[in-house]
Write a protein that binds this ligand. Sequence first.
Ligand SMILES: Nc1ncnc2c1ncn2[C@@H]1O[C@H](COP(=O)(O)OP(=O)(O)O)[C@@H](O)[C@H]1O
Ligand SMILES: [Mg+2]
Length: 302
Amino acid sequence: MGFSGGPEQEKPMSAFLELGIFIPIILFRVNENSVFRPLCHILFVRPGKTGMSENLQQPIIRMFHVSRQYGAQKVLTDITLDIEPNTFLLITGPSGAGKSTLLRLLYLAEPVSQGQIIIDGVNTARVSRRRKPVFRRIFGVVFQNYRLILTKTVFDNVALPLEVMGERPDMIRKRVHAILRAIGLENRLHAYPITLSGGEQQRIAVARAIVRNPKLVLADEPTGNLDSDSADIILNLFEGIHQNGATVIIATHDRTLIDKMGNRLIQLEKGALVGDFKKDTCFPESVNYDSESFAGLKSEVP
Ligand SMILES: Nc1ncnc2c1ncn2[C@@H]1O[C@H](COP(=O)(O)OP(=O)(O)O)[C@@H](O)[C@H]1O
Ligand SMILES: [Mg+2]
């Protein structure tokens, strides 16, 4: 079961080796159109990832007729959705559509009003309050406002998820150094978040979310208001962890991110699921759609 510690706890060396592969890839992936594209097929295609066995797997997330309301206000209405393992899902829609609420429901930050959510085979309604922190270890989460711990250094912020998992200090040091090097902030190890720019803080927040190689990554508007350098670095981190097998779910209305990333896109409007599109690419390329109808992509929603 995914929430009892995850594979990274059982096999720390293999997790480290995976990071060892994935960090250089992030560094090399400077140019979207470089010779690296064919390489991703060679390096990251893993058994079960592209073959039939993947199709036989259960969805990692299943939502059945999920609604959420605050008092009389319906914020999410009757959402039914299956998300396959290793999907890179973008959730789009206008402000107030319910994107953040949907992520909060998945993270068990708040309960559903109606319906059911099954995550990694677990009916989330049955996760007791006491077990929620352990259950949440399946996730790496990037919150909208970073939520870095201001009294801890950059190193300690990124190291925290590994410390919680009880990883060895030498392993923690190596992994944190590797990921900070990948996001160009190794020289800010001892800095406090308050001394960093917004883009740098957001890079740290993403590094903290993925340092454990979580099975599921949730991010709420991770590139909002970022300079393009920081946005590119962050997108490469998400792409790296996705190529490494994780399921990535990002709420965004950032046009650049939508153009470049993801293999599935859902649209919310006033709390309802109004569009569901698939992209079939290894590294995302711009797809031919207009902003209203995503023409050229077939919606799964009738
Ligand atoms: N805790 C809350 N109490 C009452 N209304 C809320 C709460 N959280 C969100 N909402 C409302 O739910 C709707 C959807 O919000 P949200 O999920 O943040 O949308 P999005 O992320 O798509 O902009 C909005 O109308 C918002 O005002
Ligand atoms: Mg939001």
